[in-house]
Design a protein. Structure first.
Length: 375
């Protein structure tokens, strides 16, 4: 295997390996074909048959009354927040959450809400005691706490999967004191693939759920927001307000349906490739990576203090390996359907070469499914 890795590293590669995100995937020929042949209609009149089919199917998959197609996950999250709150209220979320850090403060600029970020555990899960301590008292001069938000899988926690027993307990307690709960499930399909738990089980504790199709499922765009009939009815108007009402979105919805039907098995391969990559890089001095923390398709590298993240990023780019450099100096690598095991081997070898190190080959492409936790 070590000889094979060396041989691969000496080959001339005709394509870059893009590990920046699973949003960089390109639709394959079959997905393009179903998009081209999609039946469409004007969705503002609820007459797009492909969108209607997607919304009905996903509502059932997520165990919700109704669902609404949205162009992006960012918009889906903002609609969910706005539909279930009033300006001036507060939302409790994890301090490294995507909604708080990567949505241009839309929670405030668009929804008029005050975020109250609190620190979660290593997986990005919030503890009920911390949540309760940050719920505003019913005092006239205080803004009122309206919602809590969780993220599964948690991007900045390295694609970590939340413990479903904790999720159920937290959401149940929140409901008991009158709080709504929303799930940013941009990579919820990855959580399902990793745990073996159905999407409906993962989504059921929440009042609303957003799920993206443009990541692991390989669609060029599209996300879904699911919840009660009343909430989705309000959300439809908010989608129009935000400019997200597309007249014939069935072209995108066809890609989303294709991804749901044909791409879920690919996620297991993506997770195995992420584990393979992490195992390779454990042998590279100057890089700290813990394979046991690689639960899905995201690998986060901590660099030694004497290694410049910017310099390594530039060297990798020159050699055709594209990565994501975080503000804290860590490097994120994301596997997806356009990256295979040979690409992973090559990427590991290039990283080692840039650091003037040698990769120790892994013996197996081993990936363990996370044991299902309590529902």
């Amino acid at each position: 295997m070590e000889r094979n890795l060396k041989h691969k590293s000496q080959q001339k590669w005709s394509h870059p390996i893009d590990l920046r995100s699973d949003t960089v995937t390109k639709p394959g020929l079959q997905m393009r074909r179903v998009m081209a042949e999609a039946r469409v209609g004007d969705d503002l009149y609820c007459e797009d048959p492909t969108v209607n089919k997607l919304e009905k199917n996903v509502a059932q998959l997520l165990s919700k009354e109704a669902a609404l197609f949205v162009p992006t996950g960012t918009m889906g999250n903002l609609i969910a927040l706005k539909a279930q709150s009033q300006p001036g209220e507060e939302v409790i979320l994890e301090q490294q959450s995507h909604i708080y850090n990567c949505s241009l403060a839309g929670i405030s600029a668009i929804c008029g809400l005050l975020p109250r970020p609190i620190k979660g555990d290593l997986d990005g899960m919030l503890a009920w005691e911390e949540v309760l301590a940050n719920v505003r008292p019913r005092v006239l001069s205080r803004s009122q706490t309206r919602m809590i938000c969780l993220e599964n899988t948690h991007n900045f926690a390295g694609g970590a999967v939340l413990d479903q027993a904790q999720v159920k307990d937290l959401c149940g307690r929140a409901t008991n004191i009158g709080l709504k709960s929303h799930l940013d499930g941009a990579r919820l399909v990855n959580a399902s693939a990793a745990t073996g738990l159905p999407l409906g089980v993962l989504a059921s504790p929440f009042d609303s759920v957003m799920m993206s199709f443009s990541k692991g499922l390989g669609s060029p765009g599209g996300a879904i927001l699911a919840g009660s009939n009343d909430m989705i009815s309000r959300s439809r108007s908010i989608r129009k307000l935000l400019g997200g009402a597309i007249h014939q979105p069935g072209i995108f919805a066809a890609a989303c349906l294709f991804g749901l039907k044909h791409m879920k098995a690919q996620l297991v391969k993506d997770h195995a490739n992420a584990q393979r990559l992490a195992q390779h890089l454990t042998s590279v001095p100057g890089i700290l990576v813990n394979p046991s923390r690689v639960m899905t398709n995201i690998v986060v590298l901590q660099l030694a203090k004497n290694i410049s993240g910017v310099s390594l990023y530039d060297k990798l780019k020159q050699r055709g390996v594209l990565v994501n450099l975080r503000e804290d100096g860590r490097i994120r690598l994301v596997t997806h359907c356009n990256v295979n095991s040979d690409d992973v081997d090559r990427a590991a070898e290039v990283i080692a070469t840039c650091l003037k190190r040698r990769v120790r080959a892994v013996k197996t492409n081993h990936y363990k499914t996370i044991p299902p936790r309590a529902h």
